[in-house]
Design a protein around this ligand. Structure first.
Ligand SMILES: OC[C@H]1O[C@H](O[C@H]2O[C@H](CO)[C@@H](O)[C@H](O)[C@H]2O)[C@H](O)[C@@H](O)[C@@H]1O
Length: 596
């Protein structure tokens, strides 16, 4: 079995969950029926024995190449062998009653011997199901889960797996449909594999057709927008940070986290990117999601929720899974849900201001929720917190958190001053000014001419690159130019940017990590804003070149090994790409709303 690489995977999804398909034709990750449900294929974090479904030629020397079919999430893998070539088409039709994975094998030339090998292991690769035949289909059941496999190819069982061996000649096709249902329900009505291809394609094509687009950046922006949409949980409007858990930030290390939840931070940034490209429906749905998720007392605000607003995301280690590349523990749930991360107030207020001032318009409920958030922020902004990077080494007065607290008060005051909303604007403006003074005094290292990670700290942090973007200081302020230079000098590796230097910051974890892709996009944004557009464009091009064969990015990249690291595909990275393209395309001094 060749070593698994994160960049070997492609994404298919149905806006409620998603699967990762490897270059070797194996679906190694699938959580049914929701993004955060237990996986029935977890080979990604272990071995084939933890569940997978491979369809590929039996010839071990077969070679493959793949692409998405146009601007869709329909994946085509083309296999060449000495005897002929075939195409495997993988997709998940937009959801009706039950979730399906459809795989269609089409003969292109000659004749190819194919094998389907399906190994279902419920509850994150642990539970071997009871498999039997019902009305000509294979049905696997364990606990609450049931999965049926329908196909026009004969299936046989061996070694706790289901196989099909078949030949495909030019012009032939064979189909497979895997469908999940609750085990106490009857097997759902069959999905027609062939008939579901066209509506799936049309769904994605029509969706991307609504985008405003930006000249000169079309292909990568399109793929990133499609990926962001695929991370949306359509029934609620929630957006997950990534469809995976525990893809490592350091290969073989412990920096492994579950991203299958809705971070207010990641979701607001995604929404901002989508709004820029004309997707107001998603923004509206997310605002409604937010109102429901955080309903109740503002003191109970969490920084992340489940896809329909669940609050309890208890973290535990799945110790039966060895982890991707032996990176343990595999974590399920995320303890960061209980942290104080003050930046979240600013991000939420900022995107809601954008929504109010753009296509969506104001909403009374949303404004009353924002007033509640500001009341809460007034109580906590002076506290140390865990910050944007969710450190587990103790709270600090993080510069980025304070800057975002300023953003929150600034946007609240501005809503009253300029947009007629009700509230104590003078008081909010005074607090914003107080925070501004404090940050400029306590978070700026005059000797090195740079903002630092935290009050009194010497460490740097790529998050402060956002200072000009959020309007805290103008891009031509010498402190901004100094900060950009310092980040480039101290945090860059081969031109890509780390979020901070793990050796200089106690984040509670031992290992090093890769360069953080969204931070590299932020550097490109900051360079463009300070007028170094050529450098910005060069960095953007370098980042775009990191994408895998189907245009996807993980959270991090290790320039040493040339490998992607972290959960995959990650919303942060793709929204970073989209925003940088927008900045570069907008103008040479590409600033959005500024308040300085
Ligand atoms: O590295 C430590 C932290 O890593 C995760 O957080 C990161 O991912 C989040 C989701 O994309 C993002 O919002 C955050 O800014 C990143 O630092 C993990 O979820 C944390 O539990 C962990 O402490």
């Amino acid at each position: 079995m060749p070593e698994r690489r994160i960049e070997d995977y492609a994404l298919i999804g149905d806006l409620q969950t998603a699967a990762l398909v490897s270059k070797d034709g194996s679906i190694d990750w699938l959580c049914f029926p929701r993004f955060d449900s237990p996986a029935c294929f977890a080979a990604l974090l272990g071995t084939d024995d933890n569940g997978h479904w491979r369809i590929s030629p039996r010839d071990g020397d077969a070679t493959s190449s793949r692409h998405y079919r146009g601007d869709t999430l329909v994946l085509e893998t083309e296999w060449s062998t000495d005897s002929g070539s075939v195409r495997v088409i993988d997709f998940m039709p937009p959801r009706d009653a039950a979730p399906d994975v459809v795989r269609i094998v089409v003969g292109i030339s000659g004749t190819v011997s194919m094998r389907s090998e399906l190994r279902l292991r419920f509850d994150y690769g642990q539970v071997v199901p009871w498999v039997r035949r019902v009305d000509g289909q294979v049905v696997a059941i364990a606990g609450p889960d049931a999965v049926s496999l329908r196909s026009d190819v004969h299936q046989y069982g061996r070694d706790f797996a289901t196989y099909a061996d078949f030949e495909i000649s030019a012009g032939d096709q064979a189909w497979f449909v895997l469908t999940w249902h609750p085990s106490h329900h009857p097997v759902p009505k069959a999905t027609d594999a062939i008939a579901s291809l066209e509506p799936t394609e049309s769904y994605w094509t029509e969706w991307i057709g609504r985008s405003k687009g930006v000249d000169g950046f079309t292909e990568e922006v399109t793929r990133s927008l499609l990926t962001l949409k695929a991370l949306t949980y359509a029934p609620s409007g929630g957006i997950v940070a990534a469809p995976t858990t525990s893809l490592p930030e350091a290969l073989g290390g412990e920096r492994n986290w579950d991203y299958r939840y809705c971070w207010l931070r990641d979701a607001t940034m995604t929404l901002e990117a989508m709004l820029r490209f004309g997707y107001s429906e998603e923004a509206q749905a997310w605002r409604d999601w937010l109102l429901r998720a955080i309903a109740g007392s503002p003191e109970d605000l969490q920084i992340m929720y489940g896809v329909t607003g669940e609050r309890r995301l208890t973290e535990f280690a799945a110790d039966w899974l060895p982890g991707f590349g032996s990176s343990a523990p595999v974590r399920i749930g995320n303890a960061a849900a209980e942290q104080l991360q003050i930046d979240v107030f600013g991000e939420v207020m900022d995107v809601l201001a954008l929504a109010r001032e753009s296509q969506i318009g104001p909403s009374d409920d949303a404004w009353s929720m924002q007033r509640g958030l500001i009341r809460r922020l007034a109580e906590v902004w002076k506290e140390p917190d865990e910050g944007i990077w969710e450190v587990r080494g103790g709270r600090q007065h993080f510069t980025h958190s304070k800057v975002m607290a300023w953003v929150a008060f600034d946007r609240a005051a501005r809503a009253v001053e300029r947009f007629g909303m009700s509230g104590p604007a003078k008081q909010w403006r005074a607090t914003a000014d107080e925070i501004h003074r404090e940050v400029c005094t306590k978070a700026f290292d005059a000797d090195r001419n740079t903002f630092t990670q935290a009050y009194g700290s010497k460490a740097l942090d790529a998050a402060v690159l956002l200072i000009p973007q959020v309007g805290f200081l103008p891009p031509d302020d010498p402190r901004i130019v100094g900060t950009v230079d310092a980040v480039q000098k101290e945090l860059a590796r081969d031109g890509f940017v780390r979020r901070y230097h793990p050796a200089h910051v106690d984040d509670g974890l031992a290992d090093e990590e890769g360069t953080f892709l969204i931070c590299s996009f932020w550097l490109a944004d900051a360079l463009a804003m300070i007028g170094r557009v050529g450098e910005a464009r060069a960095l953007y091009d370098k980042l775009v070149a990191l994408r895998n064969d189907v245009g996807l990015l993980a959270e991090e990249y290790d320039p040493g090994s040339g490998r992607m690291l972290g959960n995959f595909p990650q919303a942060f990275s793709h929204l970073g790409l989209v925003n940088t393209a927008w900045h570069l395309a907008s103008s040479e001094t590409p600033l959005r709303r500024s308040a300085y």
